[in-house]
Design a protein around this ligand. Structure first.
Ligand code: AMP
Length: 193
């Protein structure tokens, strides 16, 4: 089983690209953002705890996110999937280490992180446009500023973590969706599925 992650700042296109990849490959898929939004929508204990953090555009604790991920890896293996795609995870060095440890225990290698690289003016324009229809309580200018700060401070350092052993693959995320997708698929096709 291959294991890959898709990363990028808010509005970089992680969700859009993930949908196309899941259609094309037989991968299990987890968006930690979507999973956390579901906890809030269902009004669970976790959901209540994280609402103000998420609305502010800050990161949820590594422990909470870790719990979600453990279950997903287990289910993907049980379902005999060819791969697993993490969207928006890992987002901190701690999470990257957690993921390596978890996958190693299962005898799975982490093949790489695909980073969608997009300039900030484009990101902000995309999100404010998405806000018209997304219904997301964190799609507003102030929250997006915090999400960008969290991205630069906590998430960008993991690119160096993966670059050290050639597991970071940067992709220009500013063009047409379909062309970006082709670039991503070309990378995935170098992994042994
Ligand atoms: P996303 O849908 O990936 O843009 O994530 C939306 C929000 O969910 C983020 O701003 C964080 O508050 C939270 N979140 C999603 N994934 C993670 C993660 N891996 N670690 C911590 N917080 C996360």
């Amino acid at each position: 089983m291959i294991a890959i992650a898709i990363s990028g700042a808010p509005g970089a296109g992680k969700g859009t690209q993930s949908e196309l990849l899941v259609d094309k490959y037989d991968f299990a898929y987890i968006s930690t953002g979507a999973a956390l939004r579901k906890e809030m929508a269902d009004g669970t204990e976790i959901g209540k705890k994280i609402k103000s953090i998420m609305d502010n555009g800050e990161l949820v604790s590594d422990d909470i996110v870790g719990e979600i991920i453990v279950n997903v890896v287990r289910k993907a293996e049980e379902a005999g999937k060819k791969g697993i795609l993490f969207d928006g995870f890992p987002r901190t060095i701690k999470q990257a280490e957690m993921l390596d440890e978890l996958l190693n225990k299962e005898g799975i290698d982490f093949d790489g992180m695909i980073g969608l690289e997009v300039g900030e003016d484009i990101l902000m324009a995309r999100i404010l446009n998405r806000a018209k229809t997304s219904g997301r309580s964190d799609d507003n200018e102030e929250s997006v500023r915090h999400r960008l700060d969290a991205y630069h401070e906590k998430t960008a350092p993991i690119f160096d973590y993966y670059k050290k052993d050639n597991r970071y693959f940067g992709v220009n995320g500013e063009g047409e969706v379909i062309n970006i997708n082709k670039d991503i698929c070309a990378i995935i096709d170098t992994f042994k599925i």
